[in-house]
Design a protein around this ligand. Structure first.
Ligand code: SAH
Ligand code: SF4
Ligand code: F3S
Length: 440
């Protein structure tokens, strides 16, 4: 029998990469690899990379420099690059770092086992195609290993929106939705393996329009109602959404589907209509606020999360103030904010930059406001009763850590309870990044 080899995958970027890394690990399981947590004892290292901002992409080259040194002692070690940097800079990675044996783009992961065979014979392999077939169907999964209670499930990939700053339409390709029945099969399989909560993933998940069994196309709300019927699945989430694709049936589901959690990540990027237009976002601050109003009408306690970019080309102080005003109007419970980063090949890359010190200053002011809002929303949870899905042991004996419906981390004493259980908890304290609770 062939000896089991070890695979170390390091994942950068978004949740879709996390999901992809799991699928690749499973596929490589079929090719004789088991996962390891350290690069030092690996036979193959795979970096699953992110290209969204310049810093993210540069990290990959410095990491590759470090990984290359490991080859001196272990000439049989293979190094691969997957993910969005692989897609965007495949040839250049091969040129810049001769220690790289393999480059595979996000739509070609099902070909990874074949590529591994090729590099074992000493060749290098590069595949950044966008093949027609559903790669997830071809990524064969290993026998049913037990899973943590919360899992990701990619239902839609790629993006047709072409925001002027963003690489995703180029690295992930055109928007494609997976058929409903495949998603349901995968969801049932996850539940059998111990999963209680599934987060449906897509770069534009609320534009989901997968084929239903009846030949027609289904919306994300249709899919959620199908998943609602899966016994043993207790919680459903989805991310990331575009404001223009928040259709009525999805908004309504937030009020009527008890398994759908009261949390919505709805990036806006800017509060200035001039900047939104130049970003090619195709919504205005006003239309975004109207969507938020409708969601809150359907589910008043929903926790809202957003993404923001400051220092986009031609952003003035007045434009930035409009973003602060929008944030004040919404009150976010969670947020991600970034300084604009020029991405080669995107439309905005040609435009004049905002002064860097100015952009940094705006980011700090924006983050101060968002942090304050997050704290306020979290502090207001004290005294309330929430449901907590227990995800792991805490630091102290008998302590467990889990997530509330609103995605807050909650610490509690729950010695007689198991990971995967959902318990009712009264929140007693708000800490910096989590809540403390007691069992009800
Ligand atoms: N599909 C999602 C997420 C895209 S990437 C969406 O449409 O919202 C996640 C976030 O990274 C974006 O929402 C945006 O805020 C940020 N981002 C994308 N490109 C960027 C760039 N060039 N510079 C800075 N931030 C960027
Ligand atoms: Fe990027 Fe815009 Fe598509 Fe989101 S909607 S992935 S920001 S192009
Ligand atoms: Fe990064 Fe690609 Fe995700 S660029 S954010 S890993 S889609």
């Amino acid at each position: 029998m062939a000896e089991t080899k070890k695979l170390f995958i390091k994942t950068y970027g978004c949740q879709m990469n996390v999901y992809d890394s799991e699928r690749m690990a499973e596929a490589m399981g079929g090719a004789g690899y088991e996962a390891t947590e350290t690069a030092e004892d690996a036979d193959m290292i795979l970096l699953n990379t992110c290209h969204i901002r310049e810093k993210a992409a540069e990290k990959v080259y410095s990491e590759l420099g470090r990984m290359k040194a490991l080859k001196t002692d272990r000439p049989n070690l293979k190094i691969g690059v997957a993910g969005c940097v692989a897609q965007a800079e495949g040839e250049e990675i091969m040129r810049r770092q001769p220690a790289v044996d393999l480059v595979v783009g996000p739509q070609a992961y099902h070909r990874l086992p074949e590529m591994e065979e090729k590099i074992r014979s000493g060749a290098r392999a590069l595949d950044t195609d966008f093949p027609e077939e559903d790669k997830f169907e071809k990524l064969k999964s290993r026998p049913k290993a037990k899973r943590a209670p919360a899992a990701f499930l990619t239902v839609q990939e790629g993006c047709d929106k072409f925001c002027a700053f963003c690489v995703v339409p180029y690295t992930r390709g055109a928007e494609v939705s997976r058929p409903v029945d495949r998603i349901l099969t995968e969801a049932r399989d996850l539940v059998e393996r111990g999963v209680r909560e599934i987060t449906l993933l897509g770069q534009n998940v609320n534009a989901y329009h997968g084929a239903g069994g009846d030949g027609g196309s289904k919306t994300l709300a249709d899919l959620i109602w199908q998943l609602d019927k899966v016994d043993g699945l207790e919680r459903i989430r989805f991310t990331t959404s575009h404001p223009n694709d928040m259709q009525e049936d999805l908004i309504e589901a937030h009020g009527t589907c008890s398994k759908l959690m009261p949390y919505l990540h709805l990036p806006v990027q800017s509060g200035s209509d001039k900047i939104l237009k130049r970003m090619n976002r195709s919504h205005t601050a006003e239309s975004y606020l109207r969507v938020i109003e409708r969601i809150r009408a359907a589910r008043p306690d929903i926790l809202l999360s957003g993404d923001f970019i400051v220092g986009f080309p031609e952003e003035t102080e007045a434009d930035f103030q409009a973003t602060l005003d929008l944030i004040k109007a919404v009150e976010y419970g969670q947020a991600y904010s970034f300084k604009y980063s020029t991405r080669p090949g995107t439309p905005a890359a040609e435009r004049p930059l905002v002064d860097d010190a100015e952009a940094t200053d705006r980011l700090q002011r924006l983050q101060a406001l968002l942090t304050q809002q997050q704290r306020d929303v979290q502090n207001r949870m004290v005294g309330r009763e929430v449901s907590v899905l227990l995800e792991r042991q805490g630091r102290d004996p008998g302590q467990m850590v889990g997530k509330s419906e609103y995605l807050h981390s909650v610490h509690l004493d729950a010695a007689n309870h198991q990971i995967g259980e959902i318990v009712r908890v009264k929140v007693v304290q708000s800490m910096t990044n989590s809540l403390t609770g007691v069992l009800v």
